[in-house]
Write a protein of this length. Structure first.
Length: 256
């Protein structure tokens, strides 16, 4: 279900159950978390997440689920949320290529990724209005922060799905691309980041997380930037970057 390969310091994590649009059951979520653990242990400098087949991820696999006995809170709080937190905290830049269905937990996977490139024909949101359920996996927070209360509740009440083009125009994700190009573009961006100054990227990743979670004020954020620069000064990549600039040559970063 979850495939992991590592090439040139870039991990490629693939949701590989196209027959069910990569919907995630308990086993698949466990495998997904294990793939991120293995990529971290390998010391990769970037990671790409994508889905095989016609869609990225249709969310939870509810085939065979009995709603009368379903421990939905357990599924979300003990399985989904820890995996999303692990993905969000991954110690390298992460990229996702999203096409086709990106629904429910599948949307959560995108929310937990640093940079998301989406196909123009992607379908993003939640079909839960037809199930008597509601958004989960961070969907409310993302939509409210980027779209405001009225549009968030409009999407919830109607169950309308956003196209990839609309999602990017609304500020949800990074770039929109033709479906035939989205995977290649995502891999290229991840490969470039994987050859970059990893420690500097991680400093920015941590600060952006604090801006999101702690709502840092402007001058608090500036103070953190100042401290980050002092810390990065002692890295090999910082010294290499300055040397390359002064010598008018491309830098050769090692990620250290």
């Amino acid at each position: 279900m979850i495939d992991l390969t590592i090439t040139d310091d870039v991990a490629h994590v693939v949701l590989n159950a196209p027959h069910k649009r990569n919907a995630l059951d308990v086993e698949a979520l466990t495998e997904l978390g294990d793939a991120y653990d293995a990529a971290e242990a390998a010391g990769v400098r970037a990671l790409v997440l994508r889905g095989e087949g016609a869609g990225f991820c249709a969310g939870r696999d509810i085939a065979g689920v009995d709603p009368a006995t379903d421990d939905v809170t357990g599924y979300l709080s003990r399985l989904v949320t820890p995996v999303l937190q692990k993905m969000s905290a991954f110690p390298a830049p992460t990229f996702a290529a999203a096409h086709g269905a990106c629904l429910g937990v599948g949307l959560g996977l995108l929310i937990a990724t640093d940079v998301v490139y989406v196909a123009d024909t992607a379908k993003i949101g939640s079909p839960f209005a037809a199930l008597g359920a509601t958004l989960d996996s961070g969907g409310h927070a993302l939509f409210y922060e980027r779209l405001g209360a009225h549009k968030t509740l409009d999407l919830v009440y109607t169950g309308r799905l956003m196209s990839g083009t609309e999602a990017v125009q609304s500020g949800l994700f990074s770039q929109v691309l033709p479906a035939a190009e989205v995977i290649a573009a995502t891999v290229a961006a991840a490969s470039a980041a994987g050859a970059g100054a990893t420690q500097a990227f991680l400093a920015s990743k941590r600060l952006v997380a604090r801006l999101r979670d702690e709502r840092l004020a402007l001058w608090d954020a500036v103070a953190e930037e100042n401290l980050n620069q002092a810390s990065l000064r002692d890295t090999d990549d910082y010294r290499e970057g300055f040397a390359a600039f002064q010598q008018k040559r491309p830098p050769q970063f090692t990620g250290k």
